[in-house]
Design a protein around this ligand. Structure first.
Ligand code: AMP
Length: 598
């Protein structure tokens, strides 16, 4: 088996990548490295994200730099700020044992002055988003007259994002005596046109089949009534207790709604969409990377550049309008030699779209059946048992209490004890999923006669497995106290942000959350009584985006769903986020809830 050493990678780079755990070249690297080391040819490489392409172009770029001068010799253009930072970091790490190599990322949405200063110190390699690059070129801050290598990374995404004119302008300003490398997940007419206009007889490398999906991803779809989409999503998530996933929605509104519902239902979820400020985006993404968030609900645009490995699933809450977008979505999983699963939740009438995607990605989908309540329960039961098997026993801490506990439980047989321990966590799923209906639709009956399938718009969504008043198995019930937060719409607070802050600050996911009422400068949120102190303590010195704010009890105990005391008139249209919360009544028997563990 070929090694990086066989490919004649410089020993200092070899040391750095070995420390990163790169044991052997990935296919794109095994193909691209020998060509780039031995020639100056232009190249079009069709490779999905996550295939190792950064090292495929990054290692030769670093190795071929002329370190006797300070000229900028390499430029990497990438579609998003996040990807730009990621690539710059990767290149800095690969070159960490070659101190003369300087890598400077420049991207929009950040101070241009800081970037100008960094450029003044010298940049052998610049990694840039097209808009900011052009801006800096026009200001005369970057000189590309000695540019040796130019990389267009995720070129299809750059074109999708409307950077065509900026790319044209940059390519025209760069030295014509350069090597141009184009990386793209998909081949389109527009990509072919760039290759034709700006590249010199490029070699074409295809990793896997052209436009095809990674071999590591298995594609599934399931059919349900559009109004049961959310329930189907929860079944799937509950069926995979260790899921680490992006759920793609087509619209910002869906993204916000689905994330808010999931958070209210006790899942580690948050939303990523275009209405968030850069600081909010960074915050959500870093929590997702750290796995503080297990499920990220995102629009296609917002998820661009989010570089996360090890996703177990990509879920298409609805299919993208543009078939090509499906490749990008599913390519988020099955990266770096890992296996991944992409699932599309469809109404029966959307099924024809699967055929279009199959043709495009050259891969067959398998129809999966939405797990029944019983199947979910079985899966969760074994998860509880696995948790019991794997839990770290803190012998010394427990020893103090053990004699008392042991005495109290001594009347129970081993079998009874096991049953009871397991039931503590398991009953919730049993309760919730008892009599749960089958969410799968019979596509034949559905396609011809079921007029209730009204597509995505105007659907009435099923809120609970057994009607609107049911709660999720992950939520606890009981009495609630209304807490006032000194933040409101003026601070860009939305329900899921508030819930996210409570999760983050308290680090306690057992806290049940009731009704949320956001006003201009203040927000009210109902918190399970037993957790009020935790919340007040956690927020004592809190600040939000630099602003200190107060948190206090707003009024006496109440049941979730009772009148909040705040006028609906004050809510404005955005309070629609919590309109269904009012319908739900907590059930006292739903005490405690299954905890999610990674
Ligand atoms: P990329 O497609 O460049 O974003 O790479 C995807 C992931 O694969 C990144 O986390 C890389 O660090 C990792 N990676 C790249 N090359 C290798 C390799 N040869 N062995 C193991 N991991 C790699």
């Amino acid at each position: 088996m070929i090694t990086f050493k066989d490919l004649e990678v410089d020993s200092r780079i070899l040391q750095a990548i070995t420390e990163l755990g790169f044991e052997r070249p990935m296919p794109v690297q095994a193909e691209v490295l020998p060509i780039l080391f031995s020639s100056e040819t232009d190249m079009v490489a069709l490779a999905q994200t996550g295939t190792g392409k950064t090292a495929a172009f990054g290692i030769p770029i670093i190795q071929k730099l002329d370190l006797t001068n300070k000229d900028t010799e390499a430029l990497v253009l990438s579609p998003t700020r996040e990807l730009c930072i990621q690539i710059a970091n990767d290149l800095s790490v690969y070159s960490k044992y070659i101190p003369q190599v300087t890598v400077v990322p420049v991207y929009g949405g950040a101070s241009i002055e800081m970037q100008q200063k960094a450029l003044l110190k010298g940049a052998k390699i610049i990694v840039a988003t097209p808009g900011r690059m052009l801006d800096l070129l026009k200001r005369g801050n970057i000189n590309l007259s000695n540019l040796q290598r130019l990389v267009l990374d995720e070129a299809d995404e750059m074109l999708n994002m409307g950077f065509k004119d900026d790319l044209d302008a940059i390519l025209e300003r760069a030295s014509s005596d350069r090597q141009t490398l184009l990386f793209s997940a998909t081949m389109s007419k527009e990509i072919a046109a760039i290759a034709k206009n700006y590249m010199n007889d490029p070699v074409e490398i295809t990793i896997g089949e052209k436009n095809s999906s990674s071999q590591n991803i298995r594609h599934f779809y399931c059919l349900t009534q559009p109004r049961s989409r959310y329930l189907a999503l929860k079944r799937i998530v509950d069926f995979y207790p260790d899921i680490y996933s992006i759920i793609f929605c087509r619209t910002k509104m869906d993204t916000q709604e689905v994330a808010a519902e999931l958070m209210r239902d006790g899942y580690n979820a948050d939303a990523l969409h275009g209405d968030l400020s850069q600081a909010q985006r960074d915050y959500v993404m870093s929590r997702f990377r750290l796995r503080n968030i297990q499920i990220l609900v995102a629009t296609d645009v917002a998820a661009r550049g989010l570089d996360v490995n090890n996703l177990t699933h990509v879920i298409n809450y609805n299919l993208p309008d543009d078939v090509e977008q499906y490749t990008h979505r599913s390519g988020r999983t099955g990266r770096a030699d890992k296996q991944g699963i992409s699932i599309a939740i469809l109404g029966a009438r959307d099924k024809h779209k699967i055929f279009q995607i199959e043709k495009k990605i050259n891969t067959k989908f398998t129809q999966m059946h939405i797990p029944t309540g019983e199947e979910v329960c079985k899966k969760q039961l074994f998860k509880v048992i696995e948790n019991i098997e794997n839990v770290d026993l803190n012998e010394t801490e427990i020893q103090e209490y053990f004699p008392v506990i042991s005495k109290r439980l001594e009347f129970m047989s081993k079998d009874e004890l096991i049953k009871r321990v397991v039931s503590v966590e398991f009953n919730r799923f049993l309760d919730y999923y008892r009599d749960a209906k089958d969410l799968n639709v019979d596509e034949k009956a559905e396609g011809h006669s079921d007029k209730r399938d009204r597509g995505d718009r105007g659907e009435r969504r099923d809120r609970g497995e057994r009607g609107d008043r049911e709660r999720s198995p992950r939520r606890s019930g009981g009495k609630f106290t209304r807490i006032a937060f000194g933040l409101g719409y003026k601070d860009k607070i939305v329900p899921q942000r508030l819930i996210g802050m409570i999760n983050d600050f308290t680090r306690n996911r057992d806290i049940a959350i009731g009704k949320i009422d956001i006003q201009d400068e203040i927000s009210y949120i109902e918190i399970s009584d037993q957790h009020v102190k935790d919340v007040l303590d956690a927020f004592q010195k809190a600040n939000y985006r630099g602003k200190r704010f107060g948190v206090e009890v707003a009024n006496k105990n109440r049941r979730s769903g009772s009148s909040s005391g705040s006028s609906d008139r004050n809510r404005g249209s955005r309070a629609g986020d919590d309109r269904d919360r009012r319908k739900e009544k907590p059930r006292d028997k739903d005490k405690g809830k299954p905890k999610r563990r990674f």
